[in-house]
Every structure is written in C-alpha cells, then in structure tokens.
Design a protein around this ligand. Structure first.
Ligand code: PNS
Length: 183
C-alpha cells in the first residue's frame, strides 16, 4: 500500500520526520507531498522544502518526495495511493483533521485517511512555532534537522544560533531577585 503524507512542510520539523519514519514502517512506500499553495507566502520555496525533506529522509529507502497542486485526493489517485497519512498532536488538530478526512471521503471513497498520534515530545511542535522562535532570534536546533536549522538562520540573518538561545536555563534563578529577608 502506498501512502501520501501531504503538507506544507515550511519547513519540515522533527515532528514531521517522526511521522515519516513511523509511516515508512507501516506502508510499502510513503510519498511526502509538498502542496504548491498559491494562497500562502512561504518562508522556503517548494524546491527548497523538497531538498530539505530529501536530506532529512535519506536514511529511509521507501520514501519519495514530490510536490502537487490542487486536491490531495486527486493527487493520491494519480499516484495510485490508498492512504493519506496525517499526524495528530492535540484535540485542536483532531477537529480540523476530522473535517478534512470527511471532506476528502466525499471526493473519493477509495482513499482512507490514517492518523498517527505524534510522539509526545513533539506534541507542541509546528512549522509556525519554529518560525516564530527563529524570527525572534531563538535557537531551533532542538526542533528541526540540523541542515534545516542552518537554512532558517540564514533566512533570519543570524548565523550563530547560540548567541541568543531560548532555553529554560536562560531564565534568571528566583534567588537572584533581592528580597526583604536578604536585605
Ligand atoms: O501542513 P498542512 O498545511 O497542515 O497541510 C494541509 C494540507 C496540505 C494537507 C491540506 O491543506 C490539503 O490537503 N490541501 C489541498 C487542498 C485539498 O485537498 N483540500 C480538501 C481537503 S479540506
């Protein structure tokens, strides 16, 4: 069975990679399909995103990376895929994803949507979160593959991510705040 894993992937995150890796163990082939969306202004071009995904998945043998226009189910039919693979992080995802799955079912009854629960450590992670952190100078090294982090830093013009890391350690310890007792 061939599965399509459709998305924007602007950029691919470790959460996406987790779904791709687990999907590759469940299906004969997983086609990671980047939507060419004229309604969104992306950070990376489709070609850049394809290249980022290619590098991130080169250790997997049954992955293909492609791009598509229009309806995902039409693309799935063209590629003779039986499944649309999607990750679920939270209840908020579920509402949107269920609506999308139902809508897709009205267009083609042949194609099933299969949801994989995102691994716990990535349950908060999205491409938007990554871009938000990077935009304000934070490190995204723990959220995306290393080559993607470098691409992101180039986009936001900061070459040294560790100059301005966002970590819990950066929070000043409470005892450094003077209190009446210390005075
Ligand atoms: O990574 P994203 O942005 O959550 O992916 C959303 C995507 C690309 C899967 C979805 O927007 C999509 O399938 N778009 C193509 C148009 C389509 O098929 N729409 C019908 C489903 S509502």
């Amino acid at each position: 069975m061939i599965a399509i894993y459709p998305g924007s992937f602007d950029p691919i995150t470790l959460g996406h990679l987790d779904i791709i890796q687990r999907g590759s163990r469940l299906f004969e082939q997983v086609i990671v399909a980047v939507l060419r969306n004229p309604n969104k202004i992306p950070l990376f071009t489709v070609q850049q995103r394809i290249e980022q995904i290619r590098l991130a998945t080169r250790h997997l043998t049954n992955i293909e990376i492609d791009s598509f226009n229009g309806l995902t189910v039409n693309y799935a039919q063209k590629r003779q895929a039986g499944v649309l693979l999607r990750g679920l992080r939270a209840i908020s995802d579920f509402e949107v994803e269920l609506q999308m799955a139902h809508t897709n079912k009205t267009i083609s009854t042949q194609i099933e949507t299969v949801f994989l629960a995102t691994s716990n450590e990535y349950s908060f992670l999205s491409s938007s979160v990554v871009k938000e952190i990077a935009r304000f100078g934070g490190s995204v090294d723990h959220l995306v593959p290393p080559h993607v982090a470098l691409d992101i830093y180039k986009c936001y013009n900061h070459n040294s991510p560790m100059e301005n890391p966002i970590t819990t350690e950066a929070t000043p310890p409470l005892k450094s705040i003077p209190t009446d007792l210390e005075a």
